[in-house]
Ligand binder design. Structure first.
Ligand code: BGC
Length: 760
């Protein structure tokens, strides 16, 4: 990871005193927040107001192209003048306090800064990447994971995370699928709410909670061809049904901030899109927090061809409702002039400033700007045992068992000779993923280390091959190894006489994430060759996958007896994998994204449309299919095995002819029919068979994660209401239409018990 120089502390401390604060009536805690904001805004000059809309990077970590301007000197001067509302990437109590001190003690009005940071799946102690967490379908665990992240980030001086990412995406080529909750809007909506609640807790002004930021608004997950920062063009029906619900859920859960997305949506950049920001977010949804641009996304409206220069971009972004400028450095330069020459109304600036100040008041920053700055608390919190226990728990819950044909798993705890193969097996960096800015390099427990804790088996390790060559950097393109086969022979020798071979293959940590789109979804480099070579000498292979996106692995799926999807599981990755391999934890994860057979199927998703020719009824080529590969997913959405087995029976619907407005109860019995206690995600799908807009072949509308002891049966009940049965049309109107609804209840999106009812 590339770290830039931070602001020299001595410089901060020697900066001269700029002026004394004015009346400070806004500091009266007995007044309500809106009144306090009004009192403060009365004191503010136009420059100071625009200053609140300006965010600077603390230069710790660049997470985008290096911006123009924003020199260290400019930052100090602007901080002292009160022309900065927020800093990003300043972290650690010492640094945060030093910068906050300038804003609070040296600027005229002493308005505290809000400190933002990408706390995506943990701060220093990392949880699994968000896509992996989504595989748990465990909302309480996901909420807890976000609260652990907030606990550490707030202890380190931060009060605002740029998360959660609630972008729905069904294209595994796009590197940022690792940051979201996958392809499904229903699951994604529940997870969005859980994450917001986890970050923000019960009280925003508590010391261990931080403001959440729902991003990227909107439709970034649908960039064409999965190519990063690409164009998005979509129907309003899709926007309303698929993209917007998780954002709405974030607002309903109390998310205090939103972030723009980089893409255009139907020709208009999201950053300058008043339909998204003013009409929907701040209008229909009555969101009263603030919107931050994405990194330089205001300026990028010029490259999009939507603004002619910086001034034009600033006025378009501000008027559309982007309240804070991240790393374009344009608001601070242009907005005062734009207000003075009448291009932007002062009321636009006032509205943005009120929103920003509101969140600062809610965080309690005016009452104690240093409340997150306690070194002793920082030391006691970061990396403590409770946080490590929590991320381990989350990691186990995120693992998905994809195949276990000959019951190769779980492994016996003694008497085995185990060969562990693959560079990723000993990799302590990759499990941290690519969004791990505050975590120290090489701090994850590797799979090898995890397995080594089970001491009564004999372990042998061979790397076999490297995935990438050279240093793995945060901001640079990886060099993937396709040429060096020198480790193959040793790996084959190691594997030959083993009772079982555990192969850890997949992507290195920096191969998914922002700026990391791929056009191949197989095992990178020469890992597929390694897998096939090892298979020639020993077929008893457990393939443990490490990856930040769905991979296309048809050969492995056909030949390898056991496959475990272990994603990038964070700090405790290796311990979690070992517990699952040895059966101390019975896996219960289910895929939050379809896994394709090959990249050509992308985007592939379970809730597709039927088309006019869904089946091959006349044995000719004129139906919707590929000539070279099946059109179905290799592993469908919602799929995941357990060491035990589950049987579904007794599907019942309480009302065959409900009227609109009435609810329908669906119940099913689920039994644990195997040899282990286990957990199952019971999933309910519907299909609206005929409607005024064609509807998907299946839509998830309910799920429940249940625990079942061996031999136990439970009845699971779902309630369907107009909310689940209706949909948005292309005018954004929500319609509930009468007709037949098919129902399917099962353990994945591909199979289950079926029934139907007719809505009158
Ligand atoms: C990303 C955002 C992130 C921001 C700040 C951007 O490049 O798109 O998700 O929050 O950088 O690091």
């Amino acid at each position: 990871m590339k770290k830039q120089k931070c602001i020299p502390l001595f410089l901060l401390l020697t900066l001269s005193f700029y002026g004394v604060a004015q009346t400070k009536k806004h500091l009266d805690k007995n007044k309500n927040i809106e009144e306090r904001i009004s009192l403060l805004m009365k004191e503010m000059t136009l420059d100071e107001k625009v200053g609140q809309m300006n965010q600077y990077n603390g230069s710790w970590d660049f997470t985008g192209p290096k911006p123009e301007g924003g020199s260290e000197e400019e930052k100090y001067i602007h901080l002292k003048k009160g022309w900065v509302g927020s800093m990003l990437n300043v972290r650690g109590v010492k640094e945060v306090r030093a910068v906050q001190k300038i804003a609070v003690e040296e600027s005229r009005l002493g308005i505290p800064l809000i400190f933002g940071f990408d706390v995506i799946h943990g701060y220093k102690t990392l949880s699994p990447i968000p896509l992996a967490e989504a595989a748990s379908w465990d909302l309480e665990a996901i909420k807890k994971s976000a609260s652990v992240a907030a606990d550490e980030a707030s202890a380190s001086g931060l009060n605002w995370t740029f998360g959660p990412n609630v972008d729905i995406s069904n294209d595994a080529r796009w590197g940022r699928v690792m940051e979201g909750a996958g392809e499904d809007v229903y699951l994604g909506t529940k997870i969005a709410a859980a994450r917001v609640k986890g970050f923000q807790g019960e009280k925003l002004d508590a010391r261990n909670t931080i403001a959440a930021c729902a991003k990227h608004f909107a439709a970034y997950g649908f960039v064409e061809a999965g190519r990063e920062y690409n164009t998005v063009d979509m129907s309003h029906s899709k926007l309303y049904n698929t993209v917007l619900p998780p954002f709405k859920a974030a607002v309903d859960a109390g998310a205090r901030t939103f972030m723009n997305s980089f893409n255009t949506l139907n020709g208009i950049p999201a950053t300058g899109n008043s339909f998204l920001l003013r009409d929907i977010l701040k209008g229909d949804w009555k969101f009263n927090g603030f919107v931050v641009s994405d990194w330089a996304s205001i300026k990028e409206m010029i490259s999009h061809g939507y603004a002619k220069d910086g001034a034009d971009a600033s006025s378009k972004a501000a008027i559309a409702g982007s309240d804070m400028d991240m790393e374009s450095h344009l608001y601070v330069k242009e907005l005062v002039g734009l207000v003075k020459n009448g291009t932007v109304k002062e009321s636009v600036v006032d509205d943005a400033v009120r929103r920003i100040l509101r969140v600062k008041f809610e965080l309690g920053l005016f009452d104690d700007p240093y409340k997150y700055c306690d070194e002793a608390h920082e030391k006691a919190t970061i990396g403590n045992k409770a946080n490590n226990d929590a991320v381990l728990d989350m990691a186990k819950k995120s693992i998905v068992l994809l195949k276990n044909d000959t019951n190769l798993l779980p492994l016996k705890k003694s008497g085995l000779k185990i060969a562990v193969i693959g560079a990723l097996a000993s990799d302590k960096n990759s499990p941290l993923g690519s969004w791990r800015i505050a975590a120290d390099d090489n701090t994850a427990v590797s799979v090898l280390e995890g397995i080594q804790k089970y001491k009564d088996n004999k372990l042998m390790y061979a790397k076999g091959t490297d995935v990438s060559i050279g240093e793995q950097l945060f901001v640079q393109e990886l060099k993937i190894n396709t040429t060096d086969f020198s480790g193959f022979e040793e790996a084959k020798k190691t594997a030959k006489d083993a009772d079982v071979v555990v192969m850890v293959l997949g992507e290195v940590g920096f191969q998914s994430g922002e700026g990391r789109s791929r056009t191949e979804l197989g095992l990178p480099g020469n890992q597929q060759q390694l897998l096939e070579e090892i298979y020639k000498v020993n077929k008893k292979i457990v393939l443990v996958l490490n990856n930040g996106r769905p991979l296309a692995l048809p050969w492995a799926s056909e030949n390898i007896p056991a496959i475990v999807e272990a994603w990038q599981l964070g700090t405790q990755a290796g311990n979690a994998v070992a517990e699952v391999l040895y059966g101390d934890y019975n896996p219960s994860g289910k895929l939050p994204m379809s896994f394709p057979r090959n990249v050509g199927q992308c985007p592939i998703y379970y809730n597709n449309y039927n088309t006019g020719r869904p089946e091959n009824t006349e044995a000719n080529v004129f139906w919707s299919h590929y000539s070279d590969v099946e059109k179905t997913a290799l592993y469908p959405f919602g799929f995941g095995l357990s060491y035990t087995t589950f049987k579904y029976s007794n599907l019942k619907i309480n009302n065959q002819n409900p009227k609109k407005g009435e609810s329908v109860e669906v119940s099913v019995d689920v039994s644990n029919t195997g040899g282990y206690d286990g957990k199952e995600v019971v999933q309910l799908y519907i299909r609206d068979v005929a409607a005024s807009l064609a509807r998907p072949v299946k839509e998830l509308k309910g799920f429940e994660l249940i625990s079942l002891k061996k031999g136990e049966t439970k009845t699971v009940r779902f309630t369907l209401t107009d909310k689940e049965l209706g949909f948005y049309n292309n005018n954004g109107e929500f319609l509930v239409e009468s007709g037949i609804f098919n129902i399917m209840v099962g353990g994945n999106s591909n199979e289950g018990l079926i029934s139907k009812f007719e809505l009158k």
